[in-house]
Design a protein around this ligand. Structure first.
Ligand SMILES: *Cc1c(COP(=O)(O)O)cnc(C)c1O
Length: 239
């Protein structure tokens, strides 16, 4: 446990340093970027250590793993972000612990989240997940909606009781015109955020960047980076 704490502290310091450098290079203040540590596949004991090291935002992508972990960490001052593709039959559980759902990708999900948030007496923050590699079906390989679908979903979230429209999220595409061009992809997300904020000025969150590309996300203007591997280590299985 002590060794794990040392390891996580070192990794966290390294990531902090990367974020600080990226902010300095972009002429941004460090406080403009929030670190979300993606704890998927790692145990609640790691979440507890991270909390002790000052982490305040964690993310998970599977309800089966996240629900028991969040319950085991309910005493900690953490905000939980849900970043995975979300089936409507998991919505009730997710609303029980998630402060923000970053993977809003269809109207049916919004309706289900609203219903359960109202039932639970909670307000859930929502990010529309943007697929910059969306094909003709309007959907991306790694989830999300095509840019053309943002407005309709955003309006629906904004008009739904129990939900709060916080902004946009993306995962850098592996295919399509933005493959290998993370900075351009995140720049496009920023433009879409600017458009969104004309109608929804409070929707200021821009969640982009992971372990491999957080510098590009910070350079583009992201407000939140989601970092897993660089803090916790290479995951034992795909998650
Ligand atoms: C796993 C995951 C991350 C973190 O990825 P790393 O490469 O491990 O930093 C970020 N965002 C989403 C949506 C993820 O599923």
């Amino acid at each position: 446990m002590t060794d794990r704490k040392t390891e996580l502290a070192e990794n966290l310091a390294n990531v902090e340093e990367r974020i600080a450098r990226a902010c300095a290079a972009a002429g941004r203040r460090r406080e403009e970027v929030t670190l979300i540590v993606v704890t998927k596949t790692y145990p609640a004991s790691d979440v507890r250590i991270l909390s002790g090291l000052g982490v305040r935002h964690v993310a998970e992508n599977r309800d089966q793993d996240a629900a028991p972990k969040a319950a085991a960490c309910a005493d900690l001052p953490l905000k939980w972000h849900f970043v995975g593709q979300l089936q409507t039959n998991k919505v009730r559980s997710v609303v029980g612990y998630a402060d923000v759902v970053q993977s809003i990708d269809r109207a049916r999900l919004v309706t289900a989240l609203s219903k359960e948030a109202v039932r639970a007496g909670r307000e859930v923050g929502c990010l529309v997940q943007v697929a910059l590699d969306a094909d003709a079906t309007g959907r991306g390989e790694r989830g999300g909606v095509a840019p053309a679908g943002i407005e309709e979903l955003a309006d629906l979230v904004a008009g739904s009781p129990g939900l709060r429209l916080d902004g946009l999220m993306t995962v850098a595409p592996l295919t399509g015109e933005y493959a290998g061009r993370e900075q351009a992809a995140f720049g496009r997300l920023m433009d879409l955020s600017t458009d969104l904020r004309r109608a929804h000025p409070a929707a200021t969150m821009v969640s982009a960047g992971m372990s491999a590309d957080l510098e590009q996300a910070v350079a583009a203007g992201a407000t939140h980076v989601r970092v897993g591997t660089a803090v916790l280590g290479v995951r034992p299985r795909l998650g």
